[in-house]
Design a protein around this ligand. Structure first.
Ligand code: PEP
Ligand code: MG
Length: 589
């Protein structure tokens, strides 16, 4: 049994067999198999060799037909290697002697061979190194590629383990089969984490080298309520967790009933709880959880999920679908927030790939303002859709008032074009900004004169205040919403918005974290935009507390020097206010 602690990013508990996913160009982890499974590894190896030989013969014949037999000779080296008795013997010796998986035997043997070739005097031999890598990729692809390719339609229920997942991989997961996600890399608000949370899949990140220690097929418990992964649990632990999963399922029914009740504090203050989504298909489940609208629609996910840039018509159709699903409830649509860790497959040099500091680079509104056709196409689609229901436009990552003015100017230009073309849209569509860069937070008073609403994006705001990359697990302990500097900045932005009489909400992951709800209410926040699975818990806390009580909690929280003290205090307060939320956990840390 192995127990590992990581960073819990989406709550819940799951018990299932592991599916370990290896990233394309990552080293293949050294995994051993039981003595009885060695024969199976030999068979897998044979099948991969046969399939690779067939691939290369096909390529050779195609090349021969297109470019002549001389050119097709380039495949002679590959075929020679795949038939080489000495090489095959080395693979087999590793399988028998070290009892490793076939993919590791292939990887380790060929990497050693590539090293020997690289050290040769002869240029011709040195040039063979890339052929060796090609053979390795092909064999490994046949050995484990299937697991990779089939993520979208898995056969059985699994817990997915990987070094890391991209946001688009996570978004494409077969949600009905993936019971939980556990990754070595990632931080609390990396986009993989956010998508997992939005999909309601329990997830833990920052588990260091867990994916090296688990084999596909091992039984795993992911306890994302406590940030724990248990590999090969003993019988007692398994029983305890099975009972815990049952208790959680019963409590879930209770939480879902809350959906129909209003979000009002015990002293009668109304609070708006809306959802964060990436795709319009998430709206129906969000409404079922009690969302009163959508406070953040991350439109860039349409781009992340597409092979090419979505057209105006495709975007328009998605936005109309979102409004229709909302049946008159409000939608805040955020313009493209591409770049940094959200890289789309679209052919665009400006997506941040080549930047050394992508989070400080040409992302988000900056990327849009440098790619006006891209930006204008989206604004046209948004404006055309605006006739279909109440909608607000939100610009992300504004750091400078000139950027906002420029973005608004482009919006006016697009409005004029539509008018000239006789295309209808809502002229007085409210325009707001994300407050997620400290410069915008500090200049909030100025911004408040030029927009109709703010939405505080703590996921980015925290990383820029404390200089901690939101996706880096090595420094994740320094990334905290309870840092006194973060709390002070949130308090000040809310105050400015209230004094300026503009709407303010908070749409970072912090809004859906039970530990922060009382603090945020106490700081004056009345609009929470959260991942849909978090809605019932947030509502439950809102309904159990009074504004006065929360103001006292906020005052006290602001008096501590360290984020640890703040978090311990906040956790204690919410536990006292809503003890049922935390009841019955097998491992309280
Ligand atoms: C944020 O930064 O808080 C936010 C909500 O946006 P995203 O997570 O998409 O960057
Ligand atoms: Mg952000």
């Amino acid at each position: 049994m192995v127990i590992k602690k990581g960073i819990s990013v989406s709550p819940g508990v799951a018990i299932a067999k592991a599916l370990v996913l290896d990233a394309q160009d990552q080293p293949i982890p050294r995994r051993t198999v039981a003595a009885g499974a060695v024969a199976g590894e030999h068979q897998r190896l044979d099948e991969a060799l046969t399939a690779s030989i067939a691939d290369i013969e096909k390529l050779r014949d195609q090349t021969s037909a297109a470019m002549g037999p001389e050119t097709a000779k380039i495949f002679g080296f590959h075929l020679g290697m795949l038939h080489d008795k000495h090489l095959l013997e080395q693979f087999r010796q590793m399988l028998d002697g070290e009892q490793v998986t076939a993919e590791f035997a292939v990887y380790a043997t060929l990497r050693k061979l590539a090293k020997t070739f690289r050290q040769q005097e002869s240029r011709m031999l040195r040039e063979r190194v890339s052929d060796i890598y090609d053979i390795e990729r092909r064999l490994v692809g046949h050995l484990i590629g299937e697991a990779r390719a089939e993520l979208g339609h898995l056969r059985g229920e699994v817990i997915l383990l990987a070094h890391d997942l991209t946001p688009s991989q996570t978004a494409a997961l077969d949600k009905s089969k993936v019971r939980a996600i556990a990754t070595d890399a990632g931080g609390r608000t990396s986009h993989t984490a956010i998508v997992a949370h939005a999909l309601g899949i329990p997830a833990i990140v920052g588990l260091e080298d867990l994916s090296n220690e688990v084999n596909s097929g091992d039984l795993v418990i992911v306890d994302a309520n406590n940030g724990l992964v248990i590999v090969d649990p003993d019988a007692g632990q398994l029983l305890e967790y099975r009972q815990y999963v049952q208790r959680l399922a019963q409590a879930e029914v209770g939480l879902d009933e809350l959906a129909k009740l209003p979000a009002v504090t015990v002293d009668g203050t109304e609070v708006s709880i809306v959802g964060n989504i990436e795709f319009p298909t998430e709206i129906a489940p969000a409404l079922a959880k009690g969302a009163m609208g959508i406070g953040l629609y991350r439109t860039e996910f349409l781009f992340l999920a597409s092979e090419s840039e979505p057209t105006e018509e495709q975007q328009y159709a998605e936005y109309v679908k979102a409004l229709e699903s909302l049946e008159g409830r409000p939608l805040t649509i955020r313009t493209l927030d591409l770049g940094a860790d959200k890289l789309a497959a679209i052919d665009n040099d400006n997506t941040g790939q080549a930047e050394s500091n992508p989070f400080l680079g040409c992302r988000s509104i900056r990327l849009c303002l440098q790619n006006l056709p891209l930006f204008k196409t989206q604004l046209r689609a948004i404006l055309r859709a605006s006739k279909h229901g109440p909608m607000r436009i939100m610009f992300p990552l504004i750091s400078n008032i000139m950027e906002l003015r420029q973005a608004k100017m482009v919006l006016s230009d697009v409005m004029e074009d539509l008018e000239e073309e006789g295309i209808g849209f809502s002229r007085d569509i409210p325009v707001g900004i994300m407050i997620e860069v400290p410069s915008a937070a500090l200049q909030a008073k100025t911004f408040a004169r030029e927009v109709q609403f703010f939405s505080i994006g703590t996921n980015d705001l925290i990383q820029y205040i404390v200089a901690v990359d939101r996706g880096n697990e090595r420094i994740a302990n320094l990334y905290s919403g309870s840092h006194p500097a973060v709390m002070t900045m949130i308090r000040d932005v809310i105050r400015v918005a209230q004094r300026s009489k503009i709407d303010v909400s908070l749409c970072g992951e912090m809004a859906g974290d039970p530990d922060y709800v009382m603090l945020l209410l106490g700081l004056g926040l009345r609009s929470f935009s959260v991942a849909p699975p978090a809605i019932p818990e947030v509502k439950r806390i809102v309904r159990a507390v009074s504004v006065n009580q929360c103001q006292r909690v906020a005052r006290k929280a602001l008096s501590f020097d360290t984020d640890r003290e703040v978090l311990n205090y906040l956790h204690d307060q919410v536990q006292k206010a809503v003890p049922e939320l935390f009841a019955g956990r097998p491992l309280e840390l």
